[in-house]
Design a protein around this ligand. Structure first.
Ligand code: KG4
Ligand code: ZN
Length: 350
C-alpha cells in the first residue's frame, strides 16, 4: 500500500485534537490540541453543550496550525480519520461533520475511528512500541477495561468495571476532597504528600477470581472516612486530605496493577500496554514497572502527551486500519453519517 497522509480529528469530550500522520514511514508530522478544562472548571464538570460549541470554534484554527507545522497543504491529505464514538453525542457530531465536510471538499475518503481503539494503539506512536499480541489496560474517565489485543481490530474483552471507571473514581473522590475539576491529576498530586497506611481502604474485587473491577465502593469508603472526621463540624486539614488521597490512590493502583498483570499471565503473554488518562498516573506507573519487571513482563505507555485525548491517536488508528486492509468510506453528506455515543470496543471488527 502506498504511503498515505491521514488527518486525525478528535472531539469526543472536552479536548479538540487535530493531527497529521504519514503511514509510509509511520511518522507523526504534527499535532495540535485545545483543552477545554479552563472553560468547564467554573461548572465543576464538562458541560456538553459548551463542549460542542467550543469544538466548532477550535477545529479550523487547529487544522491550520497542524498544516503550518507539518509544511503540508490540505491538498496533500489522502484520508480524514475522526472519532465516531463513544463520547458526547453533540461533541462527536462536530468532529464528524467537520471531517466529512472537509473530506467531501477534498474528494478523499473518511475513516470513522473508535475512541478507545485510538487510546489502545497510542503506545505505537512511541520510539519503542509494543508488538502484537499484548494485553491492554484501558483506564480513562469513562472506561476501565482489560483487552487481549492480537492485531488491529482484534480486541477481546477480558474484564471491565462493573460500575465507575477508574478516572471517574479519581474525579469523584477529588470532588469529595474539594479539589475541583478535573480532579484526577490534582488528587494524584496531593497523594504524593500523603503518608502510606494512615487510612485503610478496601481493595474492591481484588480476589474476585475474574478480571472485572468495581470502584464505586471505594469512593463511598472515602465518603465514610470524611464524614467520620468532620462529624463535629471540623474541616479536614491538609495532612488528612493528603493521607486520604494517598490511601485512595494506593487502593486503586494496587487493584489495577494486580489485575492487569494477572491478565497478562493468564493470556500467556509478555507485554502490557497501558492507555487512557489514568495511565498518566505516576504511582500507577511506578508500581506497574516494579512488579512487572519481577514477572518478566514489559509495560508500554504512550508518551505523556498522548495519554489523554488527542488527535494523533485517531490519525494513527485510521492509518493502521488502512494498512491492515480496511477500506475507507467515501465522504458523506450531512444527514448521511452518524456518530456512536455508546459503542463497545469488543464489537469492532478488523
Ligand atoms: O482518556 P481521557 O483523557 O478521557 C477519556 O476518554 O475519559 O481520561 C481522562 C481521565 C479523567 O478522569 C482524569 O481525571 C484522569 O483521566 N486522569 C488521571 C490523571 N491524569 C488524568 N487520573 C489519575 N492520575 C492522573 N495523573
Ligand atoms: Zn479518552
Amino acid at each position: 500500500m502506498p504511503a498515505m497522509l491521514v488527518l486525525g480529528i478528535e472531539s469526543s469530550c472536552d479536548e479538540t485534537g487535530v493531527a497529521l500522520y504519514a503511514s509510509g514511514d509511520g511518522q507523526l508530522l504534527a499535532h495540535a490540541l485545545h483543552s477545554q478544562v479552563a472553560m468547564h472548571q467554573a461548572y465543576g464538570g464538562v458541560v456538553p453543550e459548551l463542549a460542542s460549541r467550543d469544538h466548532i470554534r477550535r477545529a479550523v484554527p487547529l487544522l491550520r496550525q497542524v498544516l503550518a507545522e507539518s509544511g503540508r497543504a490540505l491538498a496533500d491529505v489522502d484520508a480524514v480519520a475522526y472519532t465516531q464514538g463513544p463520547g458526547l453525542a453533540g461533541a462527536l457530531l462536530v468532529g464528524a461533520a467537520f471531517a466529512e465536510a472537509l473530506a467531501t471538499s477534498l474528494g478523499v475518503p473518511t475513516l470513522p475511528v473508535h475512541h478507545l481503539e485510538g487510546h489502545l494503539l497510542s503506545p505505537l506512536l512511541s520510539k519503542t512500541p509494543p508488538r502484537f499480541p499484548f494485553v491492554a489496560l484501558l483506564v480513562s474517565g469513562g472506561h476501565t477495561q482489560l483487552m487481549r489485543v492480537t492485531g488491529v481490530g482484534h480486541y477481546e474483552l477480558l474484564g471491565e468495571t462493573l460500575d465507575d471507571a477508574a478516572g471517574e473514581a479519581f474525579d469523584k473522590t477529588a470532588k469529595l476532597l474539594g479539589l475541583g475539576y478535573p480532579g484526577g491529576p490534582a488528587l494524584a498530586q496531593l497523594a504524593e504528600q500523603g503518608r502510606p497506611d494512615a487510612f485503610k481502604l478496601p481493595r474492591p474485587m481484588l480476589n474476585s477470581g475474574d478480571l472485572d473491577f468495581s470502584f464505586s465502593g471505594l469512593k463511598t469508603a472515602v465518603l465514610v472516612q470524611v464524614r467520620a472526621l468532620t462529624q463535629d463540624g471540623a474541616t479536614l486539614d491538609d495532612r488528612q486530605r493528603a493521607d486520604i488521597a494517598r490511601a485512595f490512590q494506593d487502593a486503586i493502583v494496587e487493584v489495577l496493577v494486580k489485575k492487569a498483570l494477572r491478565a497478562v499471565k493468564e493470556s500467556r503473554l509478555q507485554q502490557l500496554v497501558v492507555a487512557g488518562g489514568v495511565g498518566a498516573n505516576r504511582e500507577l506507573r511506578r508500581q506497574l514497572d516494579m512488579r512487572a519487571a519481577r514477572q518478566k513482563i514489559s509495560v508500554f505507555y504512550p508518551e505523556l502527551e498522548f495519554c489523554t485525548d488527542n488527535g494523533a491517536m485517531i490519525a494513527l488508528a485510521g492509518a493502521l486500519r488502512l494498512q491492515a486492509g480496511a477500506s475507507a468510506s467515501p465522504a458523506k453528506a450531512a444527514g448521511a453519517f452518524a456518530v456512536r455515543p455508546r459503542w463497545p470496543l469488543a464489537d469492532l471488527t478488523p
